[in-house]
Design a protein around this ligand. Structure first.
Ligand code: NAD
Length: 251
């Protein structure tokens, strides 16, 4: 698959890693449809890159089905689905204010894990109808976990569990979809300079950056976008999780 011939849906495409991926894919000639709940930013990014935007809640079946139908209407088909929509929270199992509220835990799992699965299954159903390439390839799904799936920190119990789930579904989904020529890959980012991180202030940012062995800086979202592009083009990558973290292992 060549990135220039790709028709991609990108969730969370209004911000951060999803936006950077959308910009990189479009710069290489790909058709892009952004799926995000933030319509102001989403429409702006889509306009900038000459792509499409559809307001979507990844946790909602009808919303994602509508978005997939819209993307096919606009692009003709879907050959790549990149899942970047997600939220992060910081609540301990039992904190000063009592036990972790169950609705907060469920919300994080719902957006990060169930949302990723919801988009993957509906994108895969659409990709099944694509004409196969010479080696049978019909499409690729790229999900976003986090190094918190492996090295979760205090206060990350819900986030780490949701990302552990994203890691866990990668191989079985790749196996499920193998017969139809759809690959499934997962990227586990370290700490990237996205709007979420920018809000923490420069002191916290430089402290976080100092813990990254090499290069000693936060990740650039464009680096995530280029990795996603490489995964699209490298047809032998399947069923695996790639860390992109400057060798950071959080203690
Ligand atoms: P971000 O906050 O900049 O972007 C997330 C986007 O997801 C936003 O545009 C938001 O509107 C959208 N979104 C949230 N819930 C949604 C929903 N229910 N339906 C549709 N869209 C929804 O965050 P980011 O830093 O770009 O993170 C992107 C992904 O990468 C997340 O899954 C995050 O957990 C993961 N990640 C980020 C980092 C990092 O350091 N930034 C590290 C590891 C993993």
């Amino acid at each position: 698959m060549h990135l220039g011939d790709t028709s991609a849906i990108i969730t969370g495409g209004a911000s951060g890693l999803g936006e950077a991926t959308a910009r990189y894919f479009a710069s290489q000639g790909a058709q892009v449809t952004l799926l995000d709940r933030d319509s102001t930013r989403g429409m702006q990014v889509a306009q900038d890159i000459g792509g499409h935007f559809v307001q979507t809640d990844v946790t909602d079946e009808t919303s994602v089905q509508t978005a997939v139908t819209y993307a096919i209407e606009k692009m003709g088909l879907i050959t790549a689905a990149v899942n970047c929509a997600g939220i992060a929270d910081a609540i301990k199992t039992v904190g000063r204010e009592g036990p972790h509220p169950l609705p907060d835990f469920q919300r994080t799992i719902d957006i990060n894990l169930v949302g990723t699965f919801n988009v993957s299954r509906l994108a895969a159903e659409a990709m099944q109808g694509n004409a196969p390439e010479a080696d049978g390839a019909r499409g690729v799904i790229i999900n976003t976990a986090s190094i918190a799936a492996f090295d979760g920190q205090k206060g990350q119990v819900a986030y780490a569990a949701s990302k552990g789930g994203v890691v866990g579904l990668c191989l079985p989904m790749a196996r499920d979809l193998a017969k139809t020529g759809i690959r499934v890959m997962t990227i586990a980012p370290g700490i990237f300079m996205t709007p979420m991180l920018a809000g923490l202030g420069e002191d916290v940012q430089s402290q976080l950056a100092a813990d990254v062995p090499c290069p000693p800086r936060l990740g650039d979202p464009a680096e995530y976008g280029r990795l996603a592009g490489f995964i699209v083009e490298c047809g032998y990558l399947n069923g695996e999780v790639i860390r992109i973290d400057g060798a950071l292992r959080m203690r």
